[in-house]
Design a protein around this ligand. Structure first.
Ligand SMILES: [Zn+2]
Length: 458
């Protein structure tokens, strides 16, 4: 029997800031090193020193490229970590885009507030330099004082390249889910089943809610586009640059090519979204599902259609202002907490002909959350803006499993699981999911506290 320890250094009792340490004998391995997002004081938390000795961490495994899973990696190198990083190839590419993007956001924030940046470009470059890739199911053996630990990535189906990390020692497994995808995804393969797991550390972002189904969300998107365009308005879609943007493009590609929406200009006004779409294209044959691959093989570029303009440069983005007609603008950030969407919101939130369509999770404290909660006056860039446009939400576009599917995900290992650690969710969401797991499978569950260390036998 091996003894191991897990420290919940981040992502406990909150949906962001994913960061866990797994100790197996003399080895200390980190899973994710994400930025906290949304809540007040996050800047302070992100700046804090790591609560453990970085020189004693042997390796970092990254589940996927989202900011709340990779955003503090450069700070690791800034603060003295010199070890390797492992992830799938798309996660490395997306992680690089996200770290570079957050570098520019964080340095602008620091300039404005007169503080030192959390990290610098050299730290991002150090991370990229030390970043190794490993495909799904490839085994990385790590020798420990308790025996050989085998590490594998399994497909989480959340964004391109997203993984669960499975650690196996003496035939027993512990799995960190990272974020779990809203399977079936229009683009990605399904989340893999987990088998014979002893300890499960699982996400719970949507632990207390269910999504609309896929047909409903496609229909609703189509209806909202038609309604807004027919009244000559602007449809703003604040979209996360990774996955959501590509999903929306994929659906609009279908609407346009089948004449299901009126002709209108469509702007992808997001340098990060444009770059991420290129990563999706790069890996599409290996990492997308068979249905999408057969569409691509038939000759259709799923991310390109009539009317679509990619506005990577600032001047092209500003030129959207000269378009006074009906249009669709897809721009980051997904929670309206920054990015180019803010400029469009300042202009169109007060326009009764316009629509703001939110297509993902909106963290507490963000502008997106206030708009979702129905605030009629919001402050954008220090300026008061009246909200007169239509505000709508499609939950089904979330890249996360909903409550029913999170519950269903546990089932394939329900016989072998000794304990489920519920993380990466707001407390009420984690608690609700925990209760359902207890009621349905009679499993032992825990909602770990931030900073808590647990000792386990495996
Ligand atoms: Zn994620």
């Amino acid at each position: 029997m091996a003894k191991l320890k897990i420290t919940f250094a981040g992502g406990a009792n909150t949906a962001t800031g994913s960061n866990f340490i797994l100790e197996v004998g003399d080895r200390r391995l980190m899973i994710d090193c994400g930025l906290y997002q949304g809540e007040k004081m996050v800047d302070e938390i992100n700046r804090q020193d790591f609560s453990y000795d970085l020189s004693k961490i042997d390796a970092l495994f990254v589940t996927h490229g989202h900011l709340d899973h990779v955003g503090r990696i450069p700070k690791l190198y800034n603060d003295g970590y010199i070890g390797p990083i492992y992830s799938t190839p798309p996660t490395r590419d997306i992680g690089e885009l996200i770290m570079m993007d957050s570098l520019s956001i964080l340095s602008k924030d620091s300039e404005r507030e007169g503080t030192e940046p959390i990290y610098e470009e050299k730290d991002v470059l150090a991370a990229i330099h030390n970043w190794h890739t490993q495909k799904y199911h490839e085994v990385l053996p790590i020798s420990t004082s308790e025996g050989v630990l085998k590490v594998r990535f399994l497909d989480a189906g959340h964004i391109m390249g997203s993984s669960m990390v499975e650690f196996e020692i003496n035939g027993k497994k512990i799995v960190f889910t990272g974020d779990l995808g809203n399977t079936p995804s229009p683009l990605l393969k399904d989340t893999e089943e987990i088998k014979d797991v002893t300890y499960l550390v699982m996400e719970s972002v949507y632990g207390d809610r269910n999504h609309e189904d896929q047909d409903f969300r496609i229909q609703k998107l189509k209806d909202i586009i038609n309604k807004t365009i027919k009244r000559g308005g602007t449809l703003m879609i604040p979209a996360f640059s990774i996955e959501r943007t590509q999903e929306i493009l994929y659906y609009i590609n279908d609407f346009v090519e089948n004449g299901l929406i009126p002709k209108c200009p469509i702007y992808l006004d997001s340098p990060l979204g444009i770059n991420a779409t290129a990563v999706y294209k790069k890996y599409q044959s290996d990492y997308m599902n068979t249905e999408v691959n057969s569409i691509i093989k038939s000759g259709d570029d799923i991310f390109s259609f009539k009317g679509l303009t990619l506005t990577k440069d600032k001047k092209d983005s500003q030129a959207i202002n000269d378009d006074h007609g009906a249009k669709i603008i897809i721009a980051g950030s997904g929670m309206s907490s920054g990015g180019r969407i803010i400029h469009h919101e300042m202009r169109y939130l007060s326009d009764p002909k316009a629509t703001l369509l939110m297509v993902g999770y909106q963290a507490v404290g963000t502008l997106g959350r206030r708009l979702q909660d129905g605030d009629k006056t919001v402050v954008v860039h220090g300026q008061e803006v009246k909200v007169k446009c239509e505000v709508d939400m499609i939950g089904g576009f979330s890249a996360h499993k909903d409550s029913d599917h999170l519950l269903g995900f546990v089932e394939s290992s329900a016989e072998s699981i000794k304990k489920v650690f519920i993380v990466l969710g707001e407390p009420k969401s984690s608690m609700f999911l925990g209760q359902r797991i207890v009621e349905n499978y009679g499993l032992d569950i825990t909602l770990p506290e931030l900073g808590e260390t647990v000792e386990l036998d495996i």
